[in-house]
Ligand binder design. Structure first.
Ligand SMILES: NC(=O)c1ccc[n+]([C@@H]2O[C@H](COP(=O)([O-])OP(=O)(O)OC[C@H]3O[C@@H](n4cnc5c(N)ncnc54)[C@H](O)[C@@H]3O)[C@@H](O)[C@H]2O)c1
Length: 302
């Protein structure tokens, strides 16, 4: 199985490290606009992999070397230009990067499952479907998976229950309008919402990405393992359910926009989109996310 990571910035190289720690493919390719950086990472990770009981090859390459990939993760991005940036600020610059890379990547690996990490990830996932011509089920945005693991981490700490056992999703936009799907959250079959604590923890979750960013200047470890959770489920056809950005299929009257819903992930990408019975408030929040993401898509398509 061939896995290519495009973009060896802080997120791309953290994903490459996570893939080295858990070598589940036979070939790992690191593709970057500057080959030297990719070569340096490939050498470093090859040395590291000696300690991982692995025969996975790790190589640096140009876009042509990604040909025949089964899974591609896309991370290149422009940098924020102001201190109080929002993810949408990256949309125009990153749309241009997608236009440079995605048609060729898709041509070289027509059967790949593509995972979009570049922000604003919902808008970029939508653009990626257009630019690759891939069926929507083979284009997955990391979406609110990282927000949901942050939320579960806070809840775990509060409830003193292992985060694995907490079914709680942040849905909608990977951005400021995301919402916690309180009404379907549970552990051990027991609903623990609504409660003021859960709402407070959700409010903390929304800002956590920026909180990490304000302290270290970027986020990379959470998104790296979140991305590898998706890759795992594809490579082993595990059919795990997770909130990821998908082309919404008419749920709650929303379509033609990418947002996070719980989705089943297997070898072919998204094998099923789930439709949780959201409360009226949550449904309204979902529609609000759709309108916000649609505004940015429209801006890019002008
Ligand atoms: N979806 C999520 O949950 C999530 C989480 C964290 C970060 N991100 C996003 O991931 C992206 C990458 O973040 P990062 O911290 O690695 O950024 P970074 O600045 O460290 O890396 C960006 C990389 O993109 C490359 N690049 C820039 N322009 C390019 C071009 N025209 N062609 C090819 N490569 C180009 C740069 O060389 C650099 O290697 C950002 O958009 C960030 O917001 C998403």
């Amino acid at each position: 199985m061939k896995f290519s990571i495009v973009g060896m910035g802080r997120v791309g190289s953290a994903i490459a490290f996570a893939a080295t720690m858990e070598p589940i493919v036979s070939e790992l390719w690191l593709i970057n606009r500057s080959i030297e950086k990719a070569e340096g990472d490939a050498m470093d990770l090859t040395h590291a992999s000696v300690l991982r009981n692995s025969n996975m090859t790790i190589q640096a390459g140009m876009v042509e070397d990604s040909a025949g990939s089964d899974v591609i993760v896309f991370t290149p991005s422009v940098s924020p230009t102001r201190a109080d940036w929002k993810r949408q600020d990256l949309a125009i610059g990153n749309r241009d990067i997608l236009e440079q890379w995605l048609p060729r990547l898709a041509e070289l690996s027509p059967n790949a499952v593509l995972i979009m990490v570049t922000n604003p990830v919902d808008v970029m996932t939508y653009a990626a479907i257009r630019l690759t011509g891939f069926p929507p089920q083979r284009v997955i945005g990391t979406g609110t998976l990282v927000d949901s693991i942050r939320y579960r981490s806070l809840l775990s700490n509060e409830l003193k229950i292992h985060a694995d056992d907490i079914r709680a999703y942040i849905l909608g936009e990977h951005g400021d309008d995301q919402f916690a799907a309180y009404s379907v959250a549970m552990t051990g079959g027991e609903k623990f919402f609504p409660s003021e604590t859960a709402r407070r923890l959700f409010r903390e979750t929304v800002n956590l990405g920026y909180e990490v960013y304000n302290r270290k200047g970027y986020t990379n470890y959470g998104i790296a393992l979140a991305t590898m959770t998706i890759v795992d489920s594809i490579v082993y056809d595990l059919r795990h359910t997770m909130p990821v950005s998908v082309l919404v299929d008419g749920f709650l009257g929303v379509k033609d926009v990418c947002l996070s819903l719980p989705a089943v992930i297997g070898r072919e990408g998204v094998t099923r989109i789930l439709h949780p019975p959201l409360s009226d408030d949550e449904a309204e929040a979902f529609r609000n996310c759709a309108a916000k993401v649609r505004d940015t898509i429209d801006l890019l398509e002008q």
